[in-house]
Every structure is written in C-alpha cells, then in structure tokens.
Write a protein that binds this ligand. Structure first.
Ligand code: PAF
Length: 281
C-alpha cells in the first residue's frame, strides 16, 4: 500500500490506472468502513481510501475537536484490507483557499439532518467533490447508515456532471444490533449497552408496522426509546426513500425508510440509524 499526503503525488500514481474505486472516510475506521473497503478492493483494479476529518462539514466546533483521530491504527487496517493507495491530506492541502461554493439540494436537503446541521451537507459535498477531482474514480462507496448523505452525494454528482457510480453498502452492526460508528468509541460501556435500544426498537417496529399506521409507529418508536433516561430522540421520520419526504400512509411510497437520530449519555453522543420498511425493486 502506498501512502500519500499530497494530492499531486496521488494524481501521478493514479495517472495510468484504468479502474479506480474510492472510499472517502474521516478515519477512526471500523467494520463498517472495512466492508466498503473490501468491496471496493474486490470490484476495482485499484482501491483508494482517503482519511480526512473535514472541517467544513462540522457545524459544531466541539464535535470537530472531539472527533476520534487514530491514524496509525487506520493505516494498519487499510494495509490489511486491500487498500492500494491511502490519501491522508492536511487541511491546507485540501483547502489551499476557502471553498465558497454553495450547493442547493432542494427538498432532500431541507429535511432531517439538513436544518439540524446547517452547512453540514454543503461541507460534505465540498470535500467529496474535491476528492473526486483528485482521485477521478469510476466507482465510489458509501455506507447506508448515513442514508441522507448518499442522496445528497447522488445529487451533487448529478449537478457537477461526474461520471461516477455511487455504490451504497448496507449498514454493518455490532452483534448487539448497534450500528457501527466511529462515534461509538465516545460511548462508555454502560452507554453502549443502553444505545442498543435504538436498533432493537427499529427492528421491532418493522413487525409493528404490519398492523399500525405510520403515525402510530412513529410515536411508538420515539416513546420506547425516550423511556430510557439516557437516550433522547432528536427526530424519527418515516420517509420516501427516494425523495426523503415524510409519508403519511404506508402506500404513499414504494421505498419506505425510518431515519432516526438519538442523543446518548451525558456528553452527549449523537447517534444515527435507519431501517427499511419496504423496498419494491
Ligand atoms: O461519511 C463520512 O465519513 C464523511 O461525511 C465523508 C463522506 C468521508 C466526507 O467527509
């Protein structure tokens, strides 16, 4: 595996490569990332992984400061899981000048994470488009845990006319059901145990959905999770999986997903997860 910190060095390495797959990450790698990296390595001649904690997507400076950074462990995991080129740029390397671009994602940007994390998706799109320009991959891999992020990336790819296939990969969970996340390392063991209630409730709600209305399922999920004192649901929306707009009836969409964000513990740690109720191919 080659390690690059300069974009021009990475570009020179990739110049004669034909079939490039790319996994952008912010490091603190876990099984969720590794599933993307393994898939990318198996489907492409060259697998490129970036590790960059992107300041422009953090609307909360404390969140940026506390974000886990584990470079040595990340490099070891990348070496062991099929990465051919690791890209670890500095902030100055990625943003020699301020990125002032403002994206408009329309209705998919105005719901759920959009209004609650102002500027977040704009920052994600700024960095991912910069990384796409450097790596020029044919395929890029993203995890479905960040469900709205994938829709935003697809919109950005369309707006900027990239010829890149966005591959979405299933959520990887701990044995307990908790969705794997770099933020899980910020939870105490006790908090982690309680956080399992989030996925447990989402799984149970699939059964509940067979006989109850959308409104009833929403209420039940929120009440069940909030009954645990250290958990606090920020939102739970049941949406059309393509437009991300809330639905009122199960028949309103062919693809129905429940998206949740929960604060856990005293710090608190913001956890996200989602569940598919219906998908007609
Ligand atoms: O999902 C993430 O880890 C980040 O948002 C991404 C896509 C690497 C951009 O910084």
């Amino acid at each position: 595996m080659e390690v690059f910190r300069r974009k021009n060095d990475l570009k020179a390495f990739l110049a004669d490569k034909k079939n490039i797959g790319f996994v952008p990450t912010m490091g603190a790698l876990h099984e969720g990332h590794l599933s993307l990296i393994k898939r990318c390595a198996s489907e492409n001649e060259i697998c490129v992984v970036s590790v960059f904690v992107n300041p422009t997507q953090f609307n909360d400076k404390n969140d940026l400061k506390n974000y886990p950074r584990t470079e040595e462990a990340d490099l070891a995991l990348l070496r062991a899981n099929g990465c051919d080129a690791a890209f670890l740029p500095s902030v100055e390397e990625m943003y020699p000048e301020e990125d002032t671009r403002v994206f408009d994602f329309g209705e998919i940007g105005n719901v759920m994470e959009g209004p609650r994390r102002p500027g977040h998706f704009n920052g994600v799109s700024q960095v991912v488009s910069r990384l796409f320009d450097i790596v020029a991959p044919q395929k890029a891999y993203f995890g479905e845990k960040d469900f709205q992020q994938i829709a935003i990336i697809r919109s950005m790819v369309k707006q900027l006319n990239y010829d890149i296939e966005i591959v979405s990969c299933p959520i990887v969970r701990e044995q307990s059901g908790l969705a794997k996340s770099s933020r899980n390392t910020l939870l105490t063991d006790g908090e982690k145990e309680k956080a399992v209630l989030i996925s447990k409730t989402l799984f149970e709600s699939v059964n509940f959905a067979k006989s109850k209305s959308v409104a009833d399922v929403k209420q039940w999920v929120v009440d069940t999770i909030n009954a645990e004192p250290i958990l606090d649901v920020e939102y739970f929306e049941i949406v059309d999986g393509y437009t991300l707009q809330s639905i009122e009836n199960w028949s309103d969409a062919d693809y129905v997903v429940g998206c949740i964000t929960v604060y856990c513990g005293v710090r608190p740690v913001r956890l996200i997860d989602n569940i598919t109720y219906k998908k007609q191919e």
